[in-house]
Design a protein around this ligand. Structure first.
Ligand code: AMP
Ligand code: MG
Length: 331
């Protein structure tokens, strides 16, 4: 079964053809980083317009490279939330129209859940149940996933997302946007124990995250100017990693799950991966993490999730609307 996936929830325009939920036939990602870089953040209106202008050519490219006709697609999947409303609407309307025109099923996908499915494209043996960790520019979530249609939130951030903290401090330090990967680059040369930064806890629950105190502490440390950039970034990265690892370890203990599935842009961070691998090894837990290009937003993960829905006989109605604040548990 060949699924065409479309992803336009934020600032990446992406299309992919995925066979059987696990094999990427062809994938295209067009980043809007250049468009938004001058503003130090994603400008929603510009994002929507960019998606609109790049999607048609991207679709032609995709089919050319695959050597396939649009009619060989068995279903079309698009993200309906969460994300920027205008940006979501472009991809969702495209997915629905293509499905309607082709007379093929349409599947509306939750972007957060889709991130986890990037792992099915890499690990042929991966199956449910698993514990999911989504760490991105907008979310920090621990999810229990007993089966393909059930996602239960065990922990979430009560303020900033982990990626937001990295991006904000990177920006204050004069690094390019989005700063996560530059933080990692700098951190490789720094001492993670050089700057004392907090590992805040949230009063809402032991598995919840709170990063705003860490963000403030890091911004203040940066202002005192006594530390080198690599030391500062290594200490910040380590604090974020410690916050995540502690909660994942606790969630694994509580649920007894034997598989951890990582997803979202921040999981491109190899220091985070290696610390989680250590933690999981001590609990005899398998860790799955996509390669960096599949950690960030992409349409292959959307098509993969849609496949698992399709084989269960689930499709979405044509009047499915975009939902900017779609919750992580909504399928
Ligand atoms: P997403 O929201 O899933 O598109 O992911 C974007 C977020 O991932 C941004 O906050 C980036 O700064 C962050 N990110 C990307 N690469 C890395 C990396 N190597 N280390 C840490 N964060 C990263
Ligand atoms: Mg994302």
């Amino acid at each position: 079964m060949l699924v065409l996936g479309i992803e336009t929830s934020c600032d990446d325009t992406s299309l992919a053809l995925v066979r059987g939920g696990r094999e990427i036939v062809v994938s295209r990602i067009s980043s809007q980083v250049q468009t938004h870089a001058p503003f130090g953040g994603v400008v929603p209106e510009l994002a929507a317009r960019d998606h609109l202008t790049s999607l048609p050519a991207l679709l032609d490219d995709l089919l050319d490279e695959a050597g396939l006709d649009l009619h060989s697609v068995d279903a079309v999947a698009g993200v309906y939330g969460p994300g920027l409303l205008g940006a979501l609407l472009v991809g969702l309307a495209t997915a629905k129209s293509l499905a309607l025109g082709l007379g093929k099923p349409f599947i509306g996908v939750n972007h957060l859940q889709a991130h986890l499915f990037a792992n099915f494209l890499q690990s042929p043996e991966l199956d449910f149940p698993f514990l999911g960790l989504v760490v991105s520019g907008g979310h920090t979530l621990i999810l229990d996933a007993p089966e393909p249609n059930v996602f239960r939130v065990l922990g979430k951030t009560v303020d900033d997302a982990a990626g937001e903290v990295l991006d904000k401090i990177a920006r204050l330090a004069g690094l390019p946007f989005p700063g996560g990967k530059y933080v990692e680059e700098q951190a490789r040369q720094g001492d993670p124990a050089s700057v004392a930064l907090p590992r805040p806890v949230s009063s809402s629950g032991p598995l919840d995250f709170s990063f705003s105190g860490l963000k403030t502490a890091a911004a203040m440390a940066l202002r005192t100017d006594r530390h080198s950039l690599p030391d500062m970034m290594a200490s910040l990265q380590q604090a974020v990693i410690d916050c995540i690892t502690l909660r994942v370890d606790r969630a694994l203990k509580e649920t007894g799950r034997k598989t951890l599935v990582m997803a979202g842009g921040v999981t491109a961070n190899r220091a985070l991966l290696s610390q989680l691998q250590e933690t999981c090894a001590a609990r005899n837990v398998d860790v799955h993490c996509p390669p960096p290009w599949l950690c960030t937003d992409n349409a292959a993960m959307v098509a993969s999730l849609a496949y698992f829905r399709l084989v269960q006989g689930v499709t979405s109605p044509q009047d499915l609307d975009a939902v900017a604040q779609l919750g992580p548990e909504v399928v």
